[in-house]
Design a binder for this molecule. Structure first.
Ligand SMILES: [Zn+2]
Length: 437
C-alpha cells in the first residue's frame, strides 16, 4: 500500500496541519516532512472524517436503468462519502441474507465507498411478517440497520416485534414514519392551503408525528433502538426532543432537501420536487435547522432516490417520489448551516460522519478490513477522509452527475462549499473534484 501526505489542511475547520497516511492508517499529524508516494496540497481546505450516508437508494438489483451500485458509489465518492447504507426497497427486496450479501459484495467490487446493505424489516416490505433479521445480521454483510423505507411499518405489533428482535444484536429499526390512514400512497403535497389550491392529495405533518410518537414509546417499552428517517416537521422534532430528554434510545436524520426546499416549489407541478415525505413550509424548515444545530436531529442523510426519466416525467400525481442528493448534500449543508453561522465544521463532521457511522455501527473495523468510519482524525485511525473547499461557489448542473438519473432538484442552484477530495482508507477516490477512476 502506498503512502499519502495531505499538506496544510484545516482539521475540522481548525488550525492547519499535515496528515500523513501509511497503509491506509493515519500515522502522523502536525508538521510532517516525510516524503510520501502522493502529496495533496490542502491549503485553505477543511479536512473532515469521510461522510457516511444513512439513507441511499442504489436501485440494484432491479432498476439498473436508474442507478447501479457502481454509479451510485461514484456519486457518493464525489459527494465526499466513504460509506453509504443502501436501502432495501430494491427488486427483489433485501429481505434475506443472500440478498444482503449480494449488495454488500457489489459494493466491495465497485470499491469506491463501503456499501452497507439495509435489511428489510418485513418480508417483501409487506408490513406483515418479519424478514430474516437474524440471518441478515449474521451474514457476511453484518446488517445492523433495518428499514421498510418507502413504506411505514404501520402495524404497531410488527414494529414492537422488530424492535425486540434486533435488540439482541444491537440493531436498529429505521422507520419511514407515515401513518397510511392519514397519508395514503397518493398523498404527495404538504396538506395546507397550497395542496387545496393545486388540487393535490394532502400529506399532513401529523401523519408523520403520530408514528414518531408511537415508535418512541415502543422503543422505551422494548429498550431497543429506533431511528427516525427523514424527519420533516416541527412536531416530529418536538417529540424526538422530548424522547431524548427521557433517555429513550431514539436517533433521527434530516435530508438536505428538507433543510432548504419548501412546499411552494410545487406550485409549478414540477415532479422533480415530488418527494416523500413532501417538502414542508418555512416554519418546519426552520425547526429542522434548529434541531440539527442543537443535536436533536443527529444526522443529515440524503435519501438519494434516482429515478429514470420515464418514471418522473408524468403528471405530478403519477410521478415517482424522490430526488438525487449524494453529490450535493455537503454543499447544501455548508450553504444552509455553515454559511449562516448555525453550525461549524466540527458540527458538520458530527452530523454527516460521526453520528451516522455510530448509528449504523460502521465506526468499528469490519472483518474484511472495511469500516472505521466517522472516527476522530487522529493517529491510528483509518484514513477515511474528505477534503472540502469551504469557499468554493458553484452552480449545480444536472447534466454533470455520476448518477444514471437526472431528477436533481438542485439544478441551477448556487451552493457554497464543495468536495475537493475523498479518501477511502488512504486511497483517493476523488481528487480535485473528479473521480480518480
Ligand atoms: Zn422514506
Amino acid at each position: 500500500m502506498t503512502s499519502l501526505l495531505i499538506k496544510g489542511a484545516r482539521i475540522l475547520g481548525g488550525a492547519a496541519a499535515d496528515v500523513y497516511v501509511d497503509g491506509g492508517t493515519i500515522t502522523e499529524i502536525g508538521s510532517v516532512d516525510t516524503k510520501a508516494d502522493r502529496t495533496v496540497d490542502a491549503e485553505g481546505l477543511v479536512l473532515l472524517p469521510g461522510l457516511v450516508d444513512l439513507h441511499t437508494h442504489l436501485r440494484e438489483p432491479g432498476r439498473e436503468d436508474a442507478e447501479t451500485v457502481l454509479t451510485g458509489s461514484r456519486a457518493a465518492a464525489l459527494g465526499g462519502y466513504t460509506a453509504v447504507l443502501a436501502m432495501a426497497n430494491t427488486s427483489p427486496v433485501t429481505d434475506t441474507a443472500e440478498a444482503a450479501e449480494r449488495v454488500h459484495d457489489l459494493g466491495r467490487a465497485a470499491g469506491l465507498v463501503d456499501v452497507q446493505p439495509v435489511g428489510a424489516v418485513t418480508k417483501g416490505l409487506a408490513g406483515e411478517e418479519l424478514a430474516e433479521l437474524g440471518l441478515m445480521a449474521r451474514s457476511r454483510a453484518k446488517v445492523r440497520v433495518f428499514s421498510d423505507d418507502g413504506r411505514c411499518v404501520a402495524d404497531a405489533r410488527v414494529m414492537r416485534r422488530a424492535l425486540e428482535y434486533v435488540k439482541a444484536f444491537g440493531g436498529v429499526i429505521s422507520q419511514h414514519s407515515q401513518d397510511p390512514a392519514l397519508a395514503g400512497p397518493t398523498a404527495c403535497c404538504h396538506e395546507g392551503e397550497l395542496s387545496g389550491r393545486l388540487g393535490l392529495p394532502g400529506w399532513p405533518g401529523v401523519a408523520e408525528e403520530v408514528i414518531v410518537a408511537r415508535d418512541v414509546m415502543l422503543a422505551r417499552h422494548t429498550g431497543s433502538r429506533v431511528h427516525v428517517a427523514h424527519v420533516s416537521t416541527a412536531g416530529s422534532v418536538e417529540v424526538i426532543r422530548w424522547a431524548k430528554a427521557q433517555g429513550i434510545a431514539v436517533t433521527a436524520e434530516v435530508t438536505p432537501h428538507h433543510l432548504l426546499l419548501t412546499t411552494d416549489l410545487l406550485a409549478g407541478y414540477d415532479p422533480t420536487f415530488k418527494v416523500n415525505p413532501p417538502l414542508r413550509p418555512d416554519e418546519d424548515v426552520e425547526a429542522l435547522r434548529e434541531a440539527l444545530a442543537d443535536g436533536t436531529i443527529d444526522a443529515v442523510a440524503t435519501d438519494h432516490a434516482p429515478h429514470a426519466r420515464h418514471d418522473k416525467e408524468h403528471a405530478f400525481v403519477d410521478a415517482a417520489f424522490g430526488m438525487l442528493g449524494l453529490e450535493t448534500a455537503l454543499g447544501v449543508v455548508s450553504t444552509v448551516m455553515v454559511g449562516s453561522g448555525r453550525m461549524d465544521w466540527a458540527g458538520v463532521a458530527r452530523a454527516m460522519s460521526t453520528a451516522p457511522a455510530r448509528i449504523a455501527g460502521l465506526d468499528g473495523a469490519a472483518p474484511d478490513g472495511a469500516g472505521g468510519h466517522g472516527r476522530q482524525i487522529a493517529v491510528g485511525a483509518p484514513a477515511n477522509l474528505t477534503l472540502v473547499d469551504p469557499s468554493a461557489t458553484w452552480v449545480v448542473d444536472r447534466a454533470e452527475s455520476a448518477s444514471l438519473s437526472r431528477n436533481n432538484p438542485w439544478h441551477d442552484r448556487k451552493l457554497t462549499g464543495r468536495v475537493h477530495a475523498t479518501f477511502l482508507r488512504g486511497v483517493p477516490t476523488v481528487l480535485e473534484g473528479a473521480l480518480v477512476r
